[in-house]
Write a protein that binds this ligand. Sequence first.
Ligand code: ATP
Length: 274
Amino acid sequence: MSTAVAVEPALDLRNVYSGYGTSVIVRDVSLTVPAGKVAALIGPNGAGKTTLLKTIAGTIRPSRGSIYMDGRDVTRLAPARRHLMGACTIPEGRGIFRSLTVRENLQIQARKGEDKRATELAVSVFPALGERLSFTAGTLSGGEQQMLAMAQAYVRQPKLVLVDEASLGLAPLIVDLIFEFLQKVTQQGTSLLIVDQFVNRVLEMADTAFVLRRGEIAYAGSPRQLLTGGVFKEYLGLPAGVAVDPAAPPATQATEAPTSRAPRRPGRAGDSRP
Ligand code: ATP
């Protein structure tokens, strides 16, 4: 007879409330990200997505509720301790040392004795960094800095990555690279909780989806149902009947929801910022 070993979720939030001072932004949020899975966190502007991610990372203390990582109660743990447990946020002010070289930035993140391996790993996911190893990080373009920040997270092989608008303000080509990178991260068994303006792309790669509306979970379930079931607008509180031109860039669809039409190019058509 085989004994199945229960795997603890990478992240488990139970009835979490948090905010700023006396202002409560996140209300009674419970959500679970199973180990090795991808969760999408979507919602309108100001819904509290970033506040929730900061609460998980530990930079904001919840006023009520509990946060578990890998089965361990981290509610009162400092951000640095959560980081040591394998949780990281990207981008975190891009999280790089601008006066150090790309190679030095990567080596700082490497485990002891694994400097060379860390550089190789980073270049394997972002080959463009290979040509910039001796450059000072501050001289890199915005897209390259973003790649470096993400590669830094990758070389640590974190258990849980909180991704907050990693594609914001970046050129379409770099956005493509970032989504390819996120796929690779999941292949190493890392769990992801992703907030991103490219809602369709995130939902397509997610195993589970959460919609946050006015600080509360309005939907928890299948990303497919959100994409195709016509519930997207309802949950986001958007006006019905908005036609979306699949060829239009996301910026022109800033407050529109994706349609149920199949995208011409996976993840690009109908991408929108809710
Ligand atoms: P967006 O998609 O626009 O980034 P969001 O869903 O990430 O929005 P938050 O950035 O978490 O939402 O903001 C939620 C609410 O918290 C907003 O009303 C915002 O004004 C407020 N807020 C954010 N940061 C602070 C702060 N440092 N102090 C006080 N209120 C804040």
